[in-house]
Design a protein around this ligand. Structure first.
Ligand SMILES: Nc1nc2c(ncn2[C@@H]2O[C@H](COP(=O)(O)OP(=O)(O)OP(=O)(O)O)[C@@H](O)[C@H]2O)c(=O)[nH]1
Ligand SMILES: [Mg+2]
Length: 196
């Protein structure tokens, strides 16, 4: 799939998270803070539209982007979870906002669950996956930062993470935003999802 253009639409703050509902269909991006959500979106959209940062917790709002292509859709950049156990209020805030978002999620065509390929899935990662299963929301796991590992190590990590999550290996996409790896495969997958 070729993206013709992409643009920032709006940021939705806490109490106005429902403002995201009017956009359809949506491909939402979720994952731990700092796992590379905003960077992956920039790679997919071919433009630096999302703010990225080495400081975890950069994205604190629900950000909406419109994508022009054969099957136009919206990317939703969600705030990351679990960046500090000490800041409980922040994670509570995350759950409240995203929980409300997912529960209303009739326009969600797919949730991309991003995970750093170098990390064993955390309890929060597993919670997210089980939570999406419970809500019957379709998801795809996207492994990020594959440039940090050799090809062999990346392949092994993909297998281990798939096993830890109880998923088939084919359901996990390997990507690198800094090396532009996995872009075409993931965009084709998104096109398939949107075309059904
Ligand atoms: N080497 C490498 N670094 C990456 C890659 N993707 C993201 N990063 C780095 O990881 C850090 C976090 O990236 P972001 O895209 O801001 O992560 P995020 O998940 O949006 O973070 P929050 O908004 O805080 O939840 C930044 O320093 C990025 O440069 C990648 O593919 N390879
Ligand atoms: Mg971000």
């Amino acid at each position: 799939m070729k993206i013709k253009s992409a643009a920032f639409v709006k940021s939705c703050a806490d109490r106005h998270a429902a403002d995201a509902d009017e956009f359809a269909p949506q491909i939402a991006v979720a994952g731990r803070s700092n796992c590379g959500k905003s960077s992956l979106l920039n790679m997919l959209m071919g433009a630096k539209l999302c703010k990225t940062s080495s400081t975890p917790g950069r994205t604190r709002l629900i950000n909406v982007f419109s994508v022009e292509c054969d099957v136009p859709f919206y990317f939703i950049d969600l705030p990351g979870y679990g960046y500090s156990v000490a800041q409980k209020s922040v994670s509570d805030e995350w759950s409240e906002r995203t929980d409300a978002y997912f529960r209303r999620g009739e326009n969600i065509a797919q949730v991309l669950c991003l995970m750093d390929i170098r990390r064993v899935p955390s309890e929060l990662d597993k919670t997210l996956i089980n939570y999406l299963r419970d809500l019957n929301l379709p998801f795809t796991v996207v492994l990020t930062k594959s440039d940090k590992l050799s090809r062999a190590k990346a392949a092994k990590s993909r297998m281990d993470i798939a096993a830890a999550l109880g998923l088939a290996r084919d359901n996990l996409f390997v990507t690198s935003a800094s090396k532009n790896i996995g872009r075409d495969e993931l965009l084709d997958r998104i096109q398939c999802i949107l075309s059904v």
